[in-house]
Design a protein around this ligand. Structure first.
Ligand code: CU
Length: 148
């Protein structure tokens, strides 16, 4: 007898609880649709903000190396500028930070190997400061980059 009563109560509870489920399912489905729409609409913005947060240079500047040395010898740039050294000489040149021969002042900007003819090396200067460098193969060739 008691079992019958509990079953009846259970079915009643189930029956009565099924009715409010429908509006809940509808509202959850609506929230899901809104959420999916929000994500799909937001995703282009997130992609573009990710791109700007990467170390993409704001501008670029080129220095040439010839048998006369670096041109320009002193370069003024704003932080975030990418500097590209291009070797226009017949002989190789190796871009490294001062001092010679340890290159410890700004090791991040040291090129790993020398540039042969028409090869180039690029480095982005993110922080303000005065950076002096030289050609490790011919240390008389020196240059300065002033980052503002
Ligand atoms: Cu050196």
């Amino acid at each position: 007898m008691q079992e019958d009563n509990s079953e009846a109560q259970a079915t009643q509870e189930n029956g009565s609880s099924k009715l409010p489920l429908i509006p809940i399912i509808i509202s959850v489905a609506a929230l899901l649709v809104i959420g999916i729409l929000a994500v799909t609409l937001k995703s282009p913005d997130e992609k573009s903000s990710n791109q700007t947060s990467q170390t993409i240079p704001t501008s670029s500047s080129e220095i040439t190396i010839s048998n006369q040395g670096f041109t320009p010898q002193t370069l003024r740039i704003k932080a975030g500028t990418q500097v590209t050294w291009k070797n226009t000489d017949k002989k190789p040149h190796h871009i490294v930070s001062d001092p010679h021969p340890t290159h410890t002042a700004y090791p991040d900007m040291n090129d790993q190997e020398a540039l042969n003819t028409n090869e180039s090396y690029a480095f982005v200067f993110d922080s303000a400061g005065t950076y002096t460098y030289h050609d490790h193969i011919n240390p008389k060739f020196t240059g300065t980059i002033v980052v503002e």
